[in-house]
Design a protein around this ligand. Structure first.
Ligand SMILES: *[C@@H]1O[C@H](CO)[C@@H](O)[C@H](O)[C@H]1NC(C)=O
Ligand SMILES: *[C@@H]1O[C@H](CO)[C@@H](O)[C@H](O)[C@H]1NC(C)=O
Ligand SMILES: *[C@@H]1O[C@H](CO)[C@@H](O)[C@H](O)[C@H]1NC(C)=O
Ligand SMILES: *[C@@H]1O[C@H](CO)[C@@H](O)[C@H](O)[C@H]1NC(C)=O
Length: 385
């Protein structure tokens, strides 16, 4: 078996305003679903927010968390003897180390699951902090469990390789053998065991397990899950049901999102699914409307995990830490950076439009579209905590 790549925890954030309130702390209450609507403390709740796939592990920041070419890694032998039950301490190889072996070790040191069934406890630090900060700011998170792709933070190909399949995204995206991720009982069991590790982890900053913390309002089965053909929506309904039941058994108060890439009508009878999702790169309002119509016809929750807006969903890129006057680069053409002084007027106009939409959806308030964007202090006072 290959000593395979890492699984880090990806957090796609769906933020929503939580009105600062009286005695009861809304942050301790779960978001719930009744029929096709979501509620928080009896009031209808709508998620409006960006895609922050890089939260807690950013491949754009050099050297920390920077992606290593995965194809290169997969040619490498294991860095050392395998020990089940505890993680390797990989030292602190710097990223610019030109020796591929050392780069691999550095990346594994950031990985929550550097090898099958082994949790690297040290990797929880930034994840715990990110969840804690979201809670402090009244932001809710929607967390996907796995990526469809061989991306830097791990994905379904890692589980396939751990089970002995010689498969990579680069050469096997269309290989029918990838269906083993959904269909092989041993792989499904190893995936569910990983989900158990995630949800039972206790965050020392909140003293809540991920299952307990209402900050994570929803768990998504995965990001853009597909079968061997692009757009096939072939994520078996039986797998969706199995994973949803597993999540709900561990975390009964969480909403479950079907992360199949596209709204697959054969999944509508999976009662455990609270939210169906789709992504639109680039914006495709006709597809969004057709998804919503399908869901309404079926009487299923017509929530889209994407943000209606000029180019949904929008990866929102943050400032660097601790030198927070730097903005992190991610040149995919879909990135937006709030408060970056080098933004063009067109970009700032788009941010104002999104802010207006956010305020309307989350608080029902109308603000002027040309209202100045509030300045965010750098560093935030709360960052001192
Ligand atoms: C939650 O709802 C109850 C009943 O409407 C209300 O009394 C309470 O103030 C609400 N809590 C918050 C924090 O808004
Ligand atoms: C994995 O697959 C590639 C290409 O299909 C092949 O060249 C390589 O020898 C295989 N590796 C193993 C360990 O089977
Ligand atoms: C953390 O939570 C656990 C389980 O609810 C409890 O037993 C423990 O006392 C808590 N620890 C602290 C420091 O509050
Ligand atoms: C939808 O999901 C089912 C399995 O649940 C699969 O057989 C089918 O190919 C998927 N795609 C479409 C377009 O229905």
């Amino acid at each position: 078996m290959k000593f395979s790549a890492s699984l880090a925890f990806t957090l796609a954030a769906a933020a929503a305003a939580v009105a600062a309130a009286d005695d009861v702390d809304l942050r301790d209450l779960p978001v719930t679903r009744e029929g096709t609507h979501l509620y928080l403390n009896g009031t209808e709740w709508k998620a409006v927010g960006p895609n922050v796939y890089w939260l807690a592990l950013d491949e754009n920041v050099v050297p920390r968390g920077r992606a290593v070419l995965r194809a290169q890694e997969h040619q490498l032998p294991p860095p050392g003897p395998r020990h089940r039950g505890h993680a390797h301490r990989q030292g602190h190889g710097r990223y610019h180390d030109s020796r591929p072996h050392h780069r691999l070790q550095h990346r594994l040191s950031l990985s929550l699951m550097p090898e099958a069934g082994v949790i690297n406890e040290d990797a929880w630090g930034p994840i715990d902090w990110a969840i804690y900060q979201a809670r402090q700011h009244g932001i809710r998170l929607m967390v996907p469990l796995v990526d469809n792709y061989d991306y830097y933070h791990g994905g379904k190909f890692d589980f396939l390789r751990w089970a002995g399949h010689n498969l990579t995204q680069a050469k096997d995206a269309t290989n029918p053998a990838i269906m083993a991720f959904y269909e092989d009982p041993d792989i499904v069991a190893s995936f569910k065991s990983f989900v158990t590790d995630l949800l039972t982890h206790r965050n020392p900053l909140t003293n809540l397990t991920l299952a307990e913390d209402p900050t994570i309002f929803a768990i998504e089965s995965g990001n853009e899950l597909l079968g061997p053909k692009w757009g096939d929506m072939n994520c078996p309904a039986a797998w969706v049901r199995d994973v949803a039941r597993h999540v709900k058994a561990l975390a009964p108060a969480k909403l479950f999102v079907d992360g199949t890439y596209g709204v697959n009508a054969t999944h509508f009878d999976v009662d455990e699914v609270d939210i169906f999702s789709d992504h639109f790169y680039p914006v495709d309002v006709a597809k969004l409307k057709s998804d919503i119509a399908k869901l309404e016809d079926a009487g299923r929750p017509s929530s889209s995990a994407s943000t209606p807006g000029p180019r949904p969903p929008i990866p929102l890129f943050g400032r660097n830490m601790p030198d927070c006057n730097d903005w992190v680069e991610h040149e995919d053409g879909f990135t937006i950076k709030y408060g970056d002084p080098t933004n063009s007027e067109a970009v700032d106009a788009r941010i104002r439009l999104i802010r207006k939409h956010f305020t309307k959806m989350s608080r029902g308030e109308d603000i002027e579209e040309d209202e100045e964007l509030p300045v965010i202090p750098c560093p935030l006072e709360e960052d001192a905590e």
